[in-house]
Design a protein around this ligand. Structure first.
Ligand SMILES: [Fe+2]
Length: 318
């Protein structure tokens, strides 16, 4: 299961929904606290408050918890590589989330883990520490956020890209790729991979070439939706057989909600959206030897608000 955007000063019953589902793992997808400070004392204080939450502690004790950060736990709205308290914030993050080994000793919070007896590779991307400045849209198009698409710049940075290439060479039946910002939503002008189309193309080609099935999970937006694009033809299916879709399950927020009646337009959205507090779930099952995922978004009472069956085996592009 997974979720994002938890304001540590308010109740967050959606975590109780996750606990009740007894997930094998829970991934916090960023804005896990709202620190919004360059002062390490204030950043630490935000985490301390989350750490005192009964629901958080129960989740921590009953499942494997993983995390990436987004801008507000990193320390500033829409911040990137030039955020002045990056190193102090990273130290607090790695200490709170109990990260050690190479992921803790190198700059950035990216890393990977194995779930389900090793069959699933969880890839945790750092979309903050190395990200180039965003480009403002002038004029800002109506109905869109403040950012334009840029032909240059980076989200992951050179070292994280090299690490990702090595990481995706390792075999896995399924890769779950966690990004704080949306990977597959069409360009909406708020933060997303669509602001850096060349970086997004590079990511999708790399994942398609890696073999095995893949699904993206993301947060950030304060609403839930599912995005889908045809996967590029990768190395392992160059003949065109087995061409499939990539999905991006966006769950946001655990206790932050969208302030408008409808979300931003997303040409890649499938099957609606949900604007109130939520958490996401990927349930894996095998049917006739093929791996499928039942992807769900739950509201904070445990009701199912979105559901999609993701066929990872042999979906063909219409
Ligand atoms: Fe948020």
């Amino acid at each position: 299961m997974f979720g994002s955007c938890l304001w540590q000063n308010r109740a967050h019953p959606a975590l109780g929904v996750a606990i009740a589902r007894e997930p094998d793992a829970f991934v916090f997808l960023g804005d896990n606290v709202y620190a919004d400070s360059t002062n390490p004392v204030q950043i630490q204080d935000a985490y301390d408050r989350l750490g005192r939450s009964d629901l958080f502690r129960e989740l921590w004790q009953t499942t494997h918890v993983h995390a990436v950060w987004d801008d507000h736990d990193y320390g500033a709205n829409d911040a990137g590589a030039d955020f002045p308290a990056r190193e102090a914030s990273e130290h607090i993050f790695e200490n709170f989330w109990d990260i050690d080994g190479p992921a803790a000793s190198r700059p950035g919070i990216y890393g990977s883990a194995r779930l389900a007896d090793g069959a699933i590779q969880l890839v945790l991307l750092d979309t903050r520490s190395f990200r180039s400045p965003l480009t403002r849209a002038r004029p800002r198009p109506q109905g869109k956020g403040p950012y334009a698409q840029s032909d240059d710049g980076t989200i992951l940075g050179a070292e994280q890209w090299q690490w990702l290439e090595r990481t995706l060479e390792r075999p896995a039946e399924l890769r779950i790729i966690a990004s704080s910002i949306q990977v597959l939503a069409s360009h909406h002008g708020w933060e997303s991979w669509a602001n850096f189309p060349h970086e997004r193309e590079r990511l999708l080609s790399l994942v398609a070439d890696s073999g095995g099935a893949a699904v993206f999970i993301s947060g950030d937006r304060h609403f839930a939706e599912i995005s889908r694009v045809p996967a590029p033809v990768g190395r392992t299916d160059a003949a065109g057989t087995g061409r499939r879709y990539f999905y991006d399950m966006t769950s946001s927020g655990i206790n932050r909600r969208y302030p408008h009646e409808v979300p931003t337009a997303n040409a890649n959205r499938v099957d609606g959206y949900y604007l109130h507090h939520n958490v996401g779930e990927l349930a894996l099952f095998h049917e006739d030897g093929e791996l499928s995922i039942r992807a769900r978004i739950y509201d904070e009472e445990g009701g199912v608000r979105l559901e999609e069956i993701i066929d990872l085996g042999g979906a063909t592009t219409p």
